[in-house]
Design a protein around this ligand. Structure first.
Ligand code: ADP
Ligand code: ZN
Ligand code: ZN
Length: 838
């Protein structure tokens, strides 16, 4: 009897616990936590929540974060009590399983947390948190009546204070859970999330006018015109506007109205003040598709056709194929063909480019073929624009079938991807350097494509040693080649100019050899354009006192300050520190200051003196800030408003200029002597790419390379356009010195303000690593610039042979890192892991 009762009780108890079953979700928080974090949810929420949705959650004492749901389950966490979520923020997932899989791969492979990946992946407007700064959207026309009470309170507060932290807003509303309110305001475009880097950028606004709605009836308009009979000019404006509106349904720009009515801006303003006209603004984007007629896709020539077939055949056996096609061979036209095929099957295409190669030139070219299906995604875009593209991709809309994007577009929520093109695949800027995730977009793209069983095409005129190795030696990738320029234009003729000899024989004017001046003169006389390449910006990188030898240094970094003549400043290129140019030496007071080395600014100056009758432009980091800074210079050059363009490596990025006859490389040596195992490969690529800008149409181009060392083997290889001997020689060296692609690299960087702390910590860490990896640990070593922004850096390099398990290696490193971090003295040291260091 007793027994059965007991059984009954147990049964009931079990039943009871079942009834009170608790529900949990694991979420990714956008902070570098090693693990997922668990929150409790109600049963109703459990029925609704899906992985990939956002939730607002409390964290720590009084922080609120936007987190992403990873999974849901019923296991209470053992070591902490799960807090309840504040609220579900989405009606449907904003990322899908593919992204979560990709993120997990990134986090494992690049040794970072899922939180790091989340932060990099989502546009920050998706990730509101307590510290986020919110401000009013200055460009929105907001109707108070459309705002709910709580929304209005926020809006009103922002009228008085231009920017508020989420925290502060939550005090104003007197509730902790305000993310949903902010989300609604964002959707109504009432508020914007502060973007530190881009606050200086103002979207281009075009001013439009319309007739006040009071005058929309014929009768009212009649009366208005009668009233205006004594102001004939104003009346003419109204009539002009009326006729413009009648002829086209589009909004009328103020500028159009001005031309049509011959009125002055003041007259239009009067009409606006009188509330007869209404002005409004629309944000325009040069990249917006203008609706121009579609062009049909170009017919490939025989060589291109053959190569396209090679690619298609190769894709039957390989998921990844490398296309080695010389500059101006028509790689882009080939991509277009492939894209067209994939689009027909209803799939999405990702077209990756290095950030600064992403120009209106290319966007326009693709839009001509594919119209509105092309969407652009890169960091110079505003948050709203990025959110829009995100949603278009998520919903697989026709508006975003082809994503033309920089590095971070590998994170977009694709759900039906068919093809990825990685153009200029050799570009180092595909690798994110800081902060984590330190991912390589090319390699990540390959993994992304594989999740969809999609193909990846890597394209370059100067492939990376890694990819060429993978294609031709390791046979991991397929390979296709296109070694003829379109229209059979010859590759430019490359001439090496020995400036040591020229100096000796007094044949130099400033930094220009007589040969360069001769060729420039000829090109200019023929009305051709010239590009001059110098891999340094500023005027001169070192200012030196001729009396005592002192040169001004950055107070925060271990580098000399660079002289910028235009602003008459000394600037640090690492931290941005600047001061006015010195009149006297800081150490001895002497006025004899000399400058050494030269940058783009100085070249520009010299060109102006040498060729005073011609227009000179400069393209480097200093002249291309702002959203369209770069575009403006390119357009000016395209339109031949500039005859001679001086620039840094920005010039090398896939630009298609019609009229450039001559390219001058001012000094090849500083590239070649750079202390990095990739310096030679990189110099080869830079020089051939910039050379490739010459003679793209009709006439054969000419390239002059000035150097102190014309017998340098890389320069010989460049002048013979001999990629293969460059590759073989570099591969030998990589083999001998244990570098990629033969070995893999993981770089560990320690950073701290105190020199000693970094030293002691690095020694400890290197010693522990050597116990496992022996001689494959290099360092610790200070890099050439050992202090940046007041932080000392010290590096340890781990070389991983092919036959050593990568995942086990990483496990061992993480274990050692954890014991390092458990030493109290070392805890303040930042330890940065960089896998496949570039
Ligand atoms: P790459 O990307 O290899 O540098 P592009 O695709 O930019 O070369 O081609 C160079 C130029 O030649 C472009 O202006 C392009 O429009 C033109 N071109 C290439 N192939 C063709 C073709 N089959 N028909 C017409 N023009 C072409
Ligand atoms: Zn001095
Ligand atoms: Zn500095």
């Amino acid at each position: 009897m007793l027994k059965t009762t007991l059984i009954k009780v147990v049964f009931l108890w079990k039943h009871f616990t079942f009834e009170a079953m608790q529900y949990f979700i694991d979420v990714i928080l956008p902070i570098p936590l090693e693990r997922l974090f668990t929150y409790s949810i109600t049963r109703a929420e459990h029925g609704f929540i899906k992985p990939g949705m956002r939730v607002a959650v409390p964290f720590g004492k009084n922080k609120i974060y936007t987190a992403l749901v990873y999974n849901s389950h019923q296991n209470q966490p053992e070591v902490y009590e799960a807090k309840a979520i504040h609220q579900i923020l989405d009606d449907y997932p904003i990322v899908n399983d593919y992204q979560i899989k990709l993120w997990s791969w990134i986090s494992k492979y690049y040794m970072c947390t899922l939180g790091d990946v989340l932060r990099a992946a989502l546009p920050s407007a998706f990730l509101l948190e307590s510290e986020t700064i919110i401000s009013k959207n200055e460009h929105a026309n907001i109707e108070d009546s459309k705002l709910k009470d709580d929304e209005f309170l926020v809006y009103e507060a922002l009228q008085h204070q231009s920017a508020l932290k989420v925290n502060e807003i939550s005090n104003i509303l007197d509730k902790s859970n305000i993310l949903p309110v902010l989300k609604r305001l964002l959707e109504k475009k009432t508020i914007v999330v502060e973007e530190e880097i881009f606050e200086k950028y103002k979207p281009k606004l075009v001013r439009y006018v319309k007739l006040n709605t009071n005058y929309s009836s014929d009768e009212a308009l009649h009366r208005l015109l009668e009233n205006l009979t004594r102001a004939p000019k104003q009346s003419a404006v109204v009539i002009a506007l009326f006729s413009l509106t009648a002829n086209k349904s589009k909004p009328i720009k103020v500028s159009e109205l001005l031309t049509r009515s011959n009125a002055s801006s003041a007259q239009i303003k009067t009409l606006i003040d009188k509330q007869i006209l209404e002005e409004y603004f629309i944000q325009t984007d040069r990249i917006q598709y203008s609706g121009a007629e579609n062009e049909s896709i170009k017919t490939l020539n025989l060589y291109q056709e053959n190569t396209l077939n090679e690619v298609i055949q190769s894709f039957k056996k390989h998921d990844v194929t490398l296309l080695h096609g010389v500059t101006s061979s028509g790689k882009t036209e080939l991509y277009v063909k492939l894209i067209d095929e994939v689009l027909k099957s209803g799939k999405q295409v990702l077209y990756l480019l290095p950030e600064i190669a992403l120009t209106t030139q290319l966007v326009n070219r693709l839009q001509h073929y594919f119209g509105e299906q092309v969407a652009v995604y890169h960091s110079k875009y505003s948050l709203n624009e990025r959110v829009e593209v995100w949603n278009q991709v998520l919903n697989n809309l026709d508006k975003a079938r082809i994503i033309l994007g920089a590095r971070s577009s590998v994170f977009l929520p694709f759900n039906n991807l068919g093809l990825i093109i990685v153009d200029e695949e050799h570009e180092l800027s595909y690798k994110q350097f800081d902060p984590a995730p330190r991912y390589h977009a090319r390699d990540t793209a390959i993994v992304l494509a594989s999740l969809f069983n999609a193909k990846t095409l890597l394209g370059s005129a100067t492939p990376s040693i890694e990819s060429y190795f993978n294609a031709t030696k390791a046979k991991k990738y397929g390979f296709a080649k296109l070694n003829r320029r379109y229209n059979d234009i010859l590759m430019p003729e490359i001439e090496l100019v020995d400036i040591k000899d020229k100096h000796k024989r007094k044949r130099m004017k400033g930094h220009f050899s007589d040969r360069l001046i001769e060729e420039m003169t000829v090109a200019l006389q023929e009305d051709q354009q010239i590009i001059l390449f110098q891999n340094r910006r500023g005027f001169s990188p070192i200012v030196e006192c001729t009396t005592c030898g002192h040169s001004p240094q950055c107070p925060n970094c271990d580098v000399s300050l660079t002289y910028h003549q235009f602003k008459n400043q000394l600037r640090c290129h690492y931290c941005g520190y600047n001061m006015s140019m010195l009149l006297n030496c800081l150490a001895c007071g002497s006025v004899d200051l000399d400058s050494k080395g030269f940058g783009t600014e100085q070249i520009e100056e010299e060109v102006k003196t040498l060729f005073p009758d011609y227009k000179v432009g400069r393209m480097d980091l200093d002249t291309t800030r702002g959203k369209y800074g770069y575009e403006k210079i390119i357009t000016a050059f395209e339109q031949h408003e500039i005859d001679i363009l001086v620039g840094t490596q920005m010039l090398t990025k896939g630009l298609d200029f019609r009229n450039v006859k001559l390219v001058g490389i001012m000094n090849a040596d500083n590239m070649l002597n750079f202390p990095d195992f990739r310096a030679h490969e990189r110099s080869f690529q830079l020089m051939l790419q910039v050379a490739g800008r010459a003679g793209r149409t009709a006439e054969r181009g000419k390239v002059l390379i000035q150097t102190y060392n014309p017998y340098h083997k890389i320069l010989q290889q460049v002048s013979n356009n001999d990629y293969i001997s460059m590759f073989n020689e570099q591969l030998d060296e990589r083999c001998n010195y244990k570098y990629p692609p033969i070995f893999r690299l993981i770089k560990i960087t320690l950073k701290h303000r105190e020199y000693n702390k970094v030293n002691v910590g690095a020694d400890w860490l290197a010693k522990s690593l050597k116990q496992i990896f022996n001689t494959n640990v290099l360092g610790p070593e200070f890099p050439p610039i050992s202090r940046i922004r007041n932080q000392y850096h010290k590096n340890i390099l781990i070389k991983i042979p092919d036959n050593q398990s990568l995942s086990k290696t990483k496990e061992a490193i993480l274990k050692i890192k954890n014991s390092f971090m458990s030493v109290k003295d070392f805890r303040p040291i930042r330890v940065i892991l960089n896998v496949d260091n570039y």
